[in-house]
Design a protein around this ligand. Structure first.
Ligand SMILES: [Zn+2]
Ligand SMILES: [Zn+2]
Length: 214
């Protein structure tokens, strides 16, 4: 069977992250609106939202954005919780034991919690992160890093607000099955695509997120 070119936003937060406002229903609505085949739900240190979204016609990769001792780390295709605040290498090992892959999100961003660049055991590098500012500079630096480490390249919106979903996505040559997709990412059958989240949308999302916290 010939594999498809699937468009998957590999970094999506939902209201199960304390700083995000997107409901699970909105994940589906906006993913379809943006023409995505699927998303990876990567809430901060929780799988709760990801596991609840499994029964939709969208491809949903359950993931976590784990807070390690040296920055954030994306675990994709895990269904068991991985504890935060562990050494990054131990976290990667636990992700692999759980059957998942470890992707370094926003690896060169100094103001977000960028993961350590000294670790070579990532399975892929997120080169496009739509929330990064300045977008072009960080995309360039991330691409250089991925090339230096000879690792596959991914893209994700890092959306915290529904309309931001799909601002970036990874085109993955694979059959529409989560295990196949993850294998394809590991093999590097990926093309990162995307742009920065527009300012107006960004501000609206931030305002809603603040309102949520009050
Ligand atoms: Zn992050
Ligand atoms: Zn994130």
């Amino acid at each position: 069977m010939k594999s498809l070119s699937l468009k998957i936003d590999l970094h999506v937060h939902t209201c199960y992250s304390p700083d995000a406002v997107t409901t699970l229903k909105e994940v589906i609505t906006y993913s379809k609106k943006r023409g995505l085949d699927g998303v990876a739900i990567t809430d901060h240190d929780t799988l709760a939202g990801a596991l609840k979204l499994q029964n939709s016609d969208l491809i949903v990769i359950s993931g976590i954005e784990i807070t390690t001792l040296s920055g954030h780390l994306l675990a994709l295709n895990v269904t068991t919780p991985i504890p935060p605040k562990l050494d990054i290498n131990e976290t990667i090992q636990r992700i692999h034991e759980a059957g998942g892959i470890a992707v370094a999100p926003h690896p060169t961003l100094f103001y977000k919690s960028a993961p350590s660049r000294q670790t070579a055991s990532y399975d892929a590098i997120e080169v496009i992160n739509s929330a990064a500012i300045p977008f072009r500079l960080f995309t360039y630096l991330n691409q250089k890093l991925a090339a230096r480490l000879s690792l596959p390249q991914t893209a994700g919106s890092d959306s915290h607000y529904g309309p931001e979903i799909g601002a970036a996505y990874t085109v993955i040559e694979a059959d529409p099955d989560v295990d196949e997709i993850v294998r394809a990412i590991k093999k590097g059958a990926t093309t990162p695509v995307g742009k920065s989240i527009p300012w107006r949308m960004r501000l609206k999302g931030k305002a809603l997120s603040l309102k949520r916290k009050i």
